[in-house]
Design a protein around this ligand. Sequence first.
Ligand SMILES: [Zn+2]
Length: 240
Amino acid sequence: MENTKNHKNGQITVDTADNKLTLTTGYNALIQGNREWVKKQLNGDADYFTKLAKGQSPEVLWIGCSDSRVPANEVTGTKPGEVFVHRNIANVCVHSDMNMLSVLDYAVNVLKVKHVIVAGHYGCGGVAAALTNKQFGLIDNWLRNIKDVYRLHSHELDRITDHETKVNRLVELNVTEQVYNVCKTTIIQNAWKERTDLQVHGWVIDLKTGLVKDLGVSSNTPDTLGYVYEVQKADAVAAH
Ligand SMILES: [Zn+2]
């Protein structure tokens, strides 16, 4: 890749021809990759796309980080149609995020998924950024949610002197808090009143090994939420 600066008549011109070529090649590679993927699927099963187009019935909702290194299907060895996915920076679940709530509601009440997995990953850039006092722009408002997790656990985190260890522990604590946030939603609590086959889990992916660590915070009951977060049935409230 070449990016040459030339002085012409006192003006600086930048030769980006090679850059453009690289970008075009990279873009075309996506189309080419798609064609190869279609061919491979059809070689395995001539009716693959006919079946895929009929509908989906995934048993899992994945709430993960937007980081390009943690795609839900590849990490879990699953196929298209098996995992419903929502991703955002640092896998944050905020009760005012209509996007996340809409995905959760559809997954739980229409698709009837059995597992909701909040999946973070060690070395998360969003979590690391939240541990600094630098200003990054609009994203600072999003990272505030992680700073709040830090504040909840500062007594533990402040004792960790190694920076990487501190980031990775906050990654784990962030996942745990987001699992808690998902469980606090009326979507999950109302579903628990109707069925017993819905669990919420917290995972962390280790990019250095590819392996998933189950944090052991799985829940299928509102019993551990605490009094003010546990909601009554809507009709019980109306009766008061
Ligand atoms: Zn991340």
